[in-house]
Design a protein around this ligand. Structure first.
Ligand code: PLP
Length: 393
């Protein structure tokens, strides 16, 4: 059975060009980039090239890029650095819809005496900028707001928000793990101080990330050890993955506009097809201020997990808005923050596409999904068979 992979916000396929670029650094070219000899020096040169490619995707300077082990490390490093450099300030501003890499860290910090403001979102998943402005106080050490949400794809106006933070002398970090490679990012045009990226969301391998730190922004390292990354992140470099990530950023930079236009057309085809064929379904999140590859849809009176299991029987991979924690199904904190009704949250599915998807795959999903939903609704005690009109779209 062919796999139809529509779960690219969870992770992506490593691009074949990326694998080709990495392979020699697992075998022949295994030198340590810190070594004095030219065997290691060759590797150091290749890392410098990768850093330049990452910087080009962000329109940043190579010196502003440090390589980390993942998006989670980058998020943690940014926030903890801001706190350690501002010991007199104990307030953090974030949102209710952050990834656990920020959200759970902030919850942990709350137990250590930090005051956390989690900004609410409206039913489209958007933050109220006036509420944000009001949340910034003289004791705010750092703001951490994601550039784009991983569940809904909703894009936040982080450039404007960073400007408002800078006016008040507050550090601004953004988790751009889902935004990078999907929408343009130009660090010369904004005042964001720190930004996180993860390799495996843009066709590089898992276990490699980036933390952008604006030139002039002080930084207190998270991993302390050797002099690597100019003393900002100790530990021998993950050479093949860094080189792979450089290649992935180069590909994303070259093809951003074309590929994302194509991906958006597939995403819209999927949504239109499902909305036309399935009664009482709805798209979650603002329809325009959204990543081109993400669709979060709710199907009333069915369980997202059941949909995923049936999709899996056809080789279709997607995600649901709920997470299984300690044996019980917890509704998504993002959809809850948006006020999505309970019966809709539980029936939510996230489809996230990539350049490797095709029209045929999307048409197959449009053909299969109505049958799956109909079958599950026949078994659902919550489904009234008089309800046939599609709502809320
Ligand atoms: N931030 C966001 C928005 C994400 O979607 C993810 C991964 O799903 C992360 C952070 C964590 O990245 P990593 O898996 O590289 O730690």
């Amino acid at each position: 059975m062919k796999t139809i992979y529509l779960d690219n916000n969870a992770t992506t396929m490593v691009a074949p060009e990326v694998i080709d670029e990495m392979l020699p650094y697992f075998s022949d070219l295994y030198g340590n980039p810190s070594s004095i000899h030219s065997f290691g020096g060759e590797v150091a040169k290749k890392i410098a090239e990768a850093r330049q490619k990452v910087a080009s995707l962000l329109n940043a300077d190579p010196d502003e890029i440090i390589f980390t082990s993942c998006g989670t490390e980058s998020d943690n490093a940014a926030i903890l650095s801001a706190l350690s450099l501002n010991p007199g300030k104990n307030h953090i501003v974030t949102s209710r819809v952050e990834h656990p890499a920020v959200k759970v860290l902030c919850e942990r910090l709350a137990t250590k005496g930090y005051r956390i403001t989690e900004l609410p979102v409206d039913s489209d998943g958007l933050i109220d900028i006036d509420a944000y402005r009001r949340s910034l106080t003289p004791d705010t050490a750092v703001v951490s707001i994601m550039w784009a949400n991983n569940e809904t794809g909703v894009i936040f106006p982080v450039e404007h928000m960073a400007y408002l933070a800078r006016e008040r002398g507050i550090l601004f970090h953004t988790d751009a793990v889902q935004a990078a490679g999907k929408i343009p990012i130009n660090m010369r045009n904004n005042q964001i101080d720190m930004l996180s990226i993860s390799g495996h969301k843009l066709h590089a391998p898992k276990g490699i990330g980036i933390l952008y730190i604006r030139r002039g922004t002080s930084f207190s390292p998270f991993l302390i050890g050797g002099h690597q990354e100019k003393g900002r992140r100790g530990g021998t470099e993950n050479v093949p993955s860094i080189i792979g990530l450089g290649k992935a950023c180069e590909l994303a930079y070259q093809n951003l506009e074309n590929e994302n236009g194509y991906i958006k057309s597939l995403r819209d085809r999927l949504e239109d097809g499902l909305i036309n064929k399935i009664p009482r379904c709805k798209v979650n999140g603002h329809r325009q201020k959204r990543l081109p590859n993400t669709s979060n849809m709710s199907f009333e009176s069915v369980e997202g997990e059941s949909i995923l299991l049936l999709l899996d029987q056809y080789g279709i991979c997607a995600s649901s808005g709920s997470a299984c924690t300690s044996g019980s199904i917890q509704p998504s904190h993002v959809l809850r923050a948006m006020g999505v009704p309970y019966t809709m949250i539980h029936g939510s599915v996230r489809f996230s596409l990539s350049k490797y998807n095709t029209e045929e795959e999307i048409d197959f999903v449009i053909d299969i999904m109505p049958k799956i939903i109909e079958r599950l609704r026949q078994m659902s005690p919550y489904w009234s068979h008089e309800q046939t009109a599609c709502t809320g779209v």
